[in-house]
Design a protein around this ligand. Structure first.
Ligand code: HEM
Length: 217
């Protein structure tokens, strides 16, 4: 194999590794943070996973299908905290008109998925974490509903979406199935710092510190 090919494969592997781990990890931290801030949602989610698990030692991929509230919680997290808030920049290939604006060829365009997810003309009370908004609702993140674009859309959309969602669902479901999460003594839910980093991937600025206690099944 030529050196150039090896370099290319190495860069691709690192690219996929970076795109695939940092994003999923950042999203999980946001989900745990919002669940701790919203005990009602946490309780509802724990009830769902416990019911579906039926006493099994852990949650498996086959169980996820039945976890509607888990899926809604994940969509709500991705709406409020899209891990790549500005997606990947695009460049127009030809002159186009978009919503009345003339965009010349070779113009770099940036899609602000974060702002779309918080747009009050698209979402009721956009700054509130309410997974219920996604129950009985067809809006999905696969790039066909432009009000929710955490994985981007089109030919440059995230190729890891299916894998990412299964990993995300399994990790979240298993942690809250096995553990109760609480803030350290003296820290109140409303005191949790939810500020965001100003970087390519949207991370929580301060680390999330929680105490995990094993749940009795
Ligand atoms: C919660 C998890 C994830 C989120 C929110 C996410 C989001 C995104 C977004 C927004 C893009 C840019 C798409 C665009 O601009 O239209 C992207 C690109 C990409 N993602 Fe993901 N991603 C996640 C997980 C993963 C995983 C698990 C993998 C691989 C196993 C992966 C691999 C990639 C790759 C290779 C690209 C670049 C695609 C290209 O440039 O054509 N991602 N991702």
């Amino acid at each position: 194999m030529k050196v150039g090919t090896v370099n290319y494969l190495l860069i691709m592997t690192l690219d996929v590794f970076a795109a695939g781990t940092d994003t999923t990890y950042a999203s999980l931290v946001w989900s745990f943070s919002e669940l701790i801030r919203h005990p009602r949602v946490m309780k509802k989610l724990q009830q769902e996973v416990t019911k579906v698990a039926q006493g099994q030692s852990m949650i498996y991929e086959n169980d996820l299908e039945q976890m509607e509230y888990l899926k809604a919680t994940i969509k709500e997290t991705l709406r409020m905290y899209p891990p790549i808030p500005l997606l990947i920049p695009r460049e127009s290939m030809q002159d186009v008109k978009v919503m009345g604006y003339d965009i010349p060829a070779r113009t770099q365009t940036i899609v602000n998925a974060w702002a779309i997810g918080r747009d009050p003309t698209l979402w009721d009370a956009p700054d509130e974490f309410r997974p219920e908004r996604f129950l009985n609702n067809a809006i999905d993140y696969k790039g066909l509903h432009f009000e929710l674009l955490p994985f981007g859309a089109g030919r440059r959309g995230c190729p890891g979406v299916q894998f990412a969602i299964v990993m995300y669902e399994l990790a979240l479901a298993n942690v809250i199935y096995k553990f109760d999460l609480a803030l350290p003594d003296g820290v109140k839910c409303e005191d949790l710092d939810m500020s965001e980093t100003n970087s390519i991937t949207l991370h929580k600025k301060s680390p999330l510190l929680v105490m995990a206690t094993q749940r009795r099944s």
